[in-house]
Structures are given as structure tokens and as C-alpha cells.
Ligand binder design. Sequence first.
Ligand SMILES: [Fe+2]
Ligand SMILES: [Fe+2]
Length: 268
Amino acid sequence: MIKITILNDTRNSRKDIYNNDDGFSAYIEVNNNKFLFDVGPNDNFIKNAKKMNIDLGAINTIVLSHGHFDHGDGLEYFNKKVKLIAHPNCTYRRWWKDDHSHYSGLKLSKEEIENRFDTYFTKQPYQFFENVFFLGEIKRKMPVVLNKWALENGDNDEILDDSGIAINTPNGIIVIAGCSHSGICNIVEYAKEVTGNNQVLAVLGGFHLRELGEETNKVIEYMRKNIKEVILAHCTVDEVCDKFIEELSGDIKISVTEVGKEYIYNNM
Ligand SMILES: [Fe+2]
Ligand SMILES: [Fe+2]
């Protein structure tokens, strides 16, 4: 059985129960293996897990989608020394380009992260549980334009650390992404290559689509042709979500997630 529970998301209609801030964190069980995919910007994921009766003490692995604060600063609040899987560039110091005072990287330094966790930094795909793959550096077959972020030396930040995971099931792969700065279609295509499975059961994540237009339309058409279920999260703005629902309803299963949502796939 696969169970995915959203611990932090940009959307939260249950503010009376759950805490949330912009960012993403999910708790995932694949049979007996339990892990976190992203930890959000603070300790919301821990507070919400408690309210959901999820025992985070039982996990032994955290996967980081990429090194942006809204996906990784929660690391500071996680006190168990577990395995941390990510792309090596995730500890880069980085900023929003138009405002060098606005830091967008992780608060903890590489050294602090290495002291707190058993780090496994890799650019290569890595199977960390049976049928569960960290994708490593995504092959960007379809071009992505990234010109909003800069590294410490002023160079453009291509966010090469932006990755995701794929869970291989007999009914197709489930792909989970954080922000999809690498392009969600590139991530899904690479997940197919890594797992050797061309069927895609579901895609869940932030697609980093901030406006309507050509890019959003391309992703919608890709999803229509290739995916059975799409669950929109985090950095996919409302008008884009509305467009996805308008265009894809009836063709595929489509929804927008929020804190507290749970997705169960019984086909493992
Ligand atoms: Fe994000
Ligand atoms: Fe990001």
C-alpha cells in the first residue's frame, strides 16, 4: 500500500486545525517504509503530523526536492539523525535575483546539515527503498527558462538540484515533485527513464506555474496525453489550477491538494 499525506502546503482550508505556510511537505508510506518528502519552511510539518497521529519518530529517511527554504528549512526542527537524500547543490547559497537581500536558500549550512543528518548527496538516480527512487539531476529535454534566481557570485541559478521521486507500481509510476523548477514534464519523462516504466499513474506536486500562457498550456496537453491522475500543489497558482480543472476534467482525474489531504494507492 502507498499512502501520501500532505503535512504542509500553500493551501489550507482547515486553519482551525492545521498550521501552514507557503511551502511543501509530505509524509509517505510505501508498504512498511516511511519517509518525508520535503519538510516545509518551519515546524508546521511536525505540529500537523502530531494532529494527524503520524509518528515522525518512525521515519528513517528524508528526501529534499531542492534547496529552497520553503521546502527545506523545517530540517532545523527535526531532531532525529536520519538519512537525508538530496542533490549536492541543495546547500548552495542563493537569492532572488532582483533583490539580493532576499535569500531563498536553506538556512542551515552544508556543514550543519552534515552534522545533523546522515547525508546522501547524489546527482544520480538512487533507489532508496524497494520501488522508490530519488531521481537526482533531472535531464531537461524540454527547455526551462530560469532567470529569477542568482547564486552567491551573481551567476544565474539554474536550480539543477530540483528533483523528485518516483514510486514504481504495477499500474504505473507515481511521481512526486516539490517545485518543478526542472519542468514537471522533464521530471515525469526522466522518472519513466529511471524506473523503466512508461505508464504514469499519478503526478503530485508544485508545478511552479505562476500564470496562464503557453507554458501552462503545454503542461496541460502533456498531462492529458500521459497521466491518469494529477494532483496540483504548492506553487501552482489558483488561476492555473482552475485552468487545469477546466481543461482536464473528464479526461483524467484532476484535483488541487492542501494540508491534511491523504492519497492511498492499494495496488502495491
Ligand atoms: Fe516552492
Ligand atoms: Fe523552489
